[in-house]
Write a new protein. Structure first.
Length: 179
């Protein structure tokens, strides 16, 4: 009986510590130290929510940069990769459709979905590949659009983790501001 009582007390203490205290402390630290990220890094314009810098948004207007394709159609609940392999007829069809949309020499990054399906970034080269289309739609010079890409390109995290990247939402907002 003594062992059962000790075990029950230990279960209750650990349940409170790991199920209540720890999550509350971590959440509080996150909200104080990383306020924007903890609240979803939401971007508003004139009081209207326009998106999040952490999630790709579906954009099909020719005057905007398009994010990487999404296997889950940019839905956050069903996010994830499609898990289709190189022999998948569905994957081949999707890539062929994307190649038709983006062009025969489009970078692979614009033809294949990201692992999460919600990647908010593009490589600078994938963004610059879209610059002529956007420049023509907005009646801007390709150089001006490319300069925006260069201006908003972020280096690898901590200077060595990952690759250079550019946030699609930030690019699209900069394009709107430039006009």
């Amino acid at each position: 009986m003594k062992t059962i009582l000790q075990s029950t007390r230990m279960l209750l203490v650990l349940t409170v510590l790991t199920g209540l205290v720890y999550p509350l402390v971590v959440t509080a630290i996150g909200r104080v130290a990383f306020h924007d990220a903890a609240n979803g890094s939401l971007i508003q314009k004139d009081g209207q929510l326009v998106g999040s810098t952490l999630l790709a948004q579906k954009t099909e207007s020719a005057k905007y940069f398009w994010p990487r394709p999404s296997g889950a159609d940019y839905a956050t609940v069903a996010s994830g990769a499609s898990n289709k392999g190189p022999t998948s007829a569905d994957l081949a069809k999707a890539i062929a459709e994307r190649r038709e949309k983006f062009g025969q020499d489009a970078p692979d990054e614009l033809l294949t979905a990201s692992g999460s399906g919600l990647d908010p970034h593009l490589s600078p080269s994938a963004a610059k590949y879209q610059a002529p289309r956007i420049a023509a739609e907005r009646k801007l010079s390709v150089e001006k659009v490319t300069a925006l890409v260069d201006q908003l390109t972020e280096g690898p995290q901590l200077g060595f983790l990952g690759e250079s990247r550019v946030n699609v939402l930030a690019l699209n907002r900069a394009l709107d501001a430039a006009q």
